[in-house]
Structure formats: C-alpha cells, structure tokens
Design a protein around this ligand. Structure first.
Ligand SMILES: Nc1ncnc2c1ncn2[C@@H]1O[C@H](COP(=O)(O)OP(=O)(O)OP(=O)(O)O)[C@@H](O)[C@H]1O
Length: 366
C-alpha cells in the first residue's frame, strides 16, 4: 500500500500540443493517501482514465511526476509499480477456471501454493463466487466474469493500490448496489488504497470517504460528499453534484452586492470585501434548491418570484420559479401547494449564497 502523489502532472495525447485544449490533464497536483477509499468523479472525457493509466504506468505523462511513498516511479513499468487495475469490461482468461484466474496474479508472484489456495478461497467467498471456482470462465455470465476480474485485483495482498475504472458498467443494476457495498466492506477489511472512477455521483458517494471531482483535465475539488454538497469549490461541482444541481446565475457588481436583471442580491460583508479586491467580471452566484426558502410574508429580505412548474417527486416537490428573467429550482416539502402562475417570496439565507469568481468559490479567510 502506498501514498500516491501526482506532482505538476500534465498529459497531452498530441505530440505537439499547441494550447490547453490539447491537454487531457492540465497541471494537476493531487495526493491519494495511504489506505483511503476514494472516488474520482467527472463527466465523460474529463481525463479520469488518463489519470488512472498514468498512475498504473500504462500511459507516460507528458509532464510532471508520479510518486509512490515519495519515490518517483515514472520510469517503472506497470508490473514494477504493483498496481492492480480493474477495467470497465472483464479481463479474464476464458480457457481457465475461476480458481486459475484468481490464482494467476499470485502464481506470477511466486506465492506458495497453500497460501494461494487460502487467499483465492477468501476472495471468492467475499465476492460470493466460491461455488464457481471450478467452472471455466467462458461459461460465466457477464456479472460473474466482472466479479472474477475484480477478484484478480483484490487477491494480491502486496499491491500499492487498486484502481477501479467504472467496474460496474456491465453489472446488472440490482447487483450493482450489492457489489459496491462489497467493495466498501473489502476496503474496511483489508485497508487497501482504492480509487474508484465513475461518472455517477451516487456510486461515488456510496463507495468513497472522499471524492475528487474532475473537470476539463483538472481536479476542481477533493472533499467529502457533504463538503461537495454544501460548499462546491467550482461551479461545475455545484452543477454536477445534487439532483437537481445548484442554481447558478451570472451576475454583475453593484452597490452592496451583485445583481442580475433588475434583482440585487446582498452579499455577506466578507464576500463584498473579497470581491472588491478582485478584478474579474466573470461573476456567478450559486444556491442549492434545498437551501432556498419560501417565506409566507414579503419583506426586505425576500424576492418576489413566479411559480412556473411544480414537479411532485413523492416525498418532496421541485418547484421551478422565475425571478427576473432567470429560472431557478427550489426544493419544497410535499405540503407545498402554490399553483403555477402564483407569486412566492424567496429567501436566500446568507450562508448558502455562494459567490464564484472565474468559476471558483470565494471563501472566507480563516
Ligand atoms: N489514446 C488516446 N489518444 C488520443 N486521445 C485520447 C486517448 N485517450 C483519451 N483521449 C482523449 O483524452 C481526453 C480524456 O479522456 P479520458 O478517457 O481520460 O476521459 P474519461 O474521463 O476517462 O472519459 P470516459 O468516462 O468517457 O472514459 C478525451 O478528450 C479523450 O478523447
């Protein structure tokens, strides 16, 4: 097990990159600590697989260093890095039995036969494939094959880390949840550094203690699911995490705060102070649908908006409102009963109104 550090990492698949757009990974510094259960979350094409392949050594980065426990491994082959990688589609030897498949990485490492037997049995039990051990892999279902693939990653006790690249894509939806729980259980039992790539926020937060959100070749936030929800560090995190995502509005400066259309939003004094010292005009505010309140009375602190749509989701409602020319989503309890076209008074509690400059969150100095 190792701490994996990525230092000033950048990667372009093009031999002569001419600008940031040619980079799959842009100037990235990141540490995966020893023994953590992590998710790497982001949309298709943001660079997740590239990062995993750089860690395992399948791809050589154009710039920067990969360090395992502080030692540079850029020049080491994938085999010498001792990383187990589980891919989206099963990698199994069809002509071998399940036992032989699971034993293969151990045999390669000259582990004694008795030890191989107990370890394979242990992993097969955890993955609930112990009754398939003597079956040929070619006779397995896709789900079973992927379990074997995962087992081949988990069977080695000496690995620096296990990297999972969307391993549950081929798995039946009902089994997915169960397998994710299993991986978490295996992590707790064996205490291995695990990085789990996904584009599904639910999958990320059920597996990981901390999530790295990747966007456009950069890790824009690394935090717990609660941190990502309550204080998204980048507008993309606000938009990507949550269902529906954060309301994000383009704004401009005005006396005492910011405004969009003719609506002025008051900022916290510390936000105004920091904004005063910044030059950029790329300003946005964000507030989650869960944190907007609807007040029964109009006051200096409320904003009049019109109800445009009400979506009943059983235990709660998502209300679409129009404020000025902007549409926003508000989460309300199932008791909410204002009809479409009626007016409501929106309240934006100060601690939940986030200010973004150049897409990054303005944070209070401690
Ligand atoms: N072998 C390659 N040659 C050229 N470009 C590549 C190669 N592999 C990936 N890319 C490009 O690099 C960028 C990042 O791709 P990558 O596969 O790392 O993203 P990802 O987040 O894993 O996406 P997905 O979830 O779709 O797998 C994309 O623009 C992709 O087209």
């Amino acid at each position: 097990m190792a701490e994996i550090q990525l230092k000033s990492l950048a990667h372009s698949y093009s031999a002569n990159p001419s600008g940031p757009g040619d980079y799959a990974i842009r100037q990235l510094d990141h540490v995966w600590h020893k023994g953590g259960a992590y998710a790497l979350l982001g949309p298709s094409g943001c660079g997740k697989s590239t990062m995993l392949n750089i860690i395992s050594g399948l791809v050589q980065p154009s710039e920067g260093e990969v360090l395992f426990d502080g030692k540079r491994v850029n020049e080491l082959s994938p085999r010498d890095r001792n990383i187990a990688q589980v891919f989206q589609f099963p990698v199994v030897y069809d002509s071998m039995t399940v036992f032989e498949n699971l034993a293969f990485p151990l045999k390669n490492n000259k582990v004694p036969a008795a030890k191989i037997k107990t370890r394979v049995q242990e992993i097969a039990e955890v993955l609930e494939i112990e009754d398939k051990l003597h079956k040929k892999a070619k006779n397995l279902t896709a789900d079973e094959k992927q379990k074997v693939s995962m087992g081949r990653g988990l069977v080695r006790e000496d690995v620096s880390a296990i990297l999972f690249d969307e391993p549950l894509t081929v798995i039946d939806p009902q089994l997915k949840w169960k397998l994710r729980r299993k991986l978490k259980q295996i992590h707790e039992q064996f205490d291995i550094t695990m990085v789990y790539v996904t584009h599904d926020q639910l999958e990320a937060s059920t597996f990981a203690d901390r999530i790295a959100v990747m966007f456009d070749g950069q890790v824009v936030q690394f935090g717990t699911p609660t941190e990502l929800f309550e204080a998204p560090n980048h507008t993309f995190v606000g938009y990507f995490i949550g269902s529906p995502g954060m309301n994000i509005l383009e704004v401009e400066r005005c006396q005492g705060g910011v405004r969009f259309d003719s609506t002025e939003l008051r900022l916290e004094p510390w936000q105004s102070e920091i904004l005063g010292g910044m030059k950029s005009d790329n300003l946005k505010v964000g507030i989650r649908p869960e944190f907007i309140e609807i007040s029964p009375v109009m006051s200096d602190d409320t904003y009049a908006a019109e109800v445009r749509d009400v979506e009943d989701l059983g235990t709660y409602k998502i209300v679409t409102v129009k404020l000025g020319e902007q549409q926003m989503k508000v989460r309300q309890s199932e008791e909410f009963d204002a009809g479409i076209g009626s007016q409501v008074n929106l309240l934006f509690p100060g601690q939940w109104l986030m200010l973004y400059v150049d897409e990054f969150l303005v944070q209070e100095q401690q």
